[in-house]
Design a protein around this ligand. Sequence first.
Ligand code: P6P
Length: 345
Amino acid sequence: MTRRDSLRRDSLTRYLVEKQHVDGHIPPQLRLLIEIVARACKRISFAVNKGALGEIMGNAGSENVQGEAQKKLDIIANETLIEANEWGGHLAAMASEEMETIYVVPNRYPQGEYLLLFDPLDGSSNIDVNVSIGTIFSVLKKPEGHPGVDQSDFLQAGCQQVAAGYCIYGPQTTLVLTVGDGVAMFTLDREQGSFILTEENVRIPEDTKEFAINMSNMRHWEAPMQRYIEECLQGEEGVRGKNFNMRWIASMVSDVHRIMTRGGIFMYPWDKREPNKPGKLRLLYEANPMGWLIEQAGGAATNARQRILDIQPQALHERVSVVLGSKNEVEQVTRYHLEADQAKA
Ligand code: P6P
């Protein structure tokens, strides 16, 4: 490797240009979209990092479509993504956890062929306690064959995504991205103001000894989920023959980033507190983008019974159970649920 190569740190722009020209993997409009989302995430990162100095902490005094209290930063992040993307000519519409209906690009701007979905600031309950949070995004192509755009255009299975990623606002601000040929990580260089490629071809170990779940809900889970966790807790004396460690940050982006970095399994299962809800997390702008990233890194993602990316959405803010991470552990949890279903049948 020459000195120049050893010093070379590809920027996000260079990485995307090479994907566009060298691999022919992403069209110019999709490259533009990803770069604009990255710039919006950079602005969100600067706002988040201001903390109490920025008059941006605490609740906004409003609720989102989920009935959850909105943080001031939830609204700032949402508006940042809308304003950054609406004029560029690459989008037809956007959907957000913070907006009940889709946001159609105003007629005063050129219309594009892509749909952008996002959770603008996931884990925002952690903002006031200075724990890492993040932005999650997913990109679909608008279905052809009809003029205009409506909510039904967003109801596509996760396997239809053309790009997905998240940006974690922690000790470092890191953008994690896939366009369908593996996962790359870009760390924000605050001096230059640009995202620099710091990891390529991310791989998740197929086995793990670390699980992430909110244990306080254990009594509410289905029996197969209780069985899996009980076996983990039995450690090397139990049927698993190994000791497990537990993590729960209550910030999906942070828990997923740990898994992308060193493996693990993350679960947010159905529970009987709200039996009509399949889970807490949202399919279109949380489970689908995270599920694709995990699969692209060699992991697996199911709703405890089927592959998340195969689920056909019925509603924009549809919820789903989530089991994702190291392949062999996800398969074990899924197998327990399917065996329990068969035993009931
Ligand atoms: P709980 C954050 O509100 C979130 O949507 C995910 O980021 C996180 O994994 C989960 O909810 C935490 O939920 O019930 O443990 O607070």
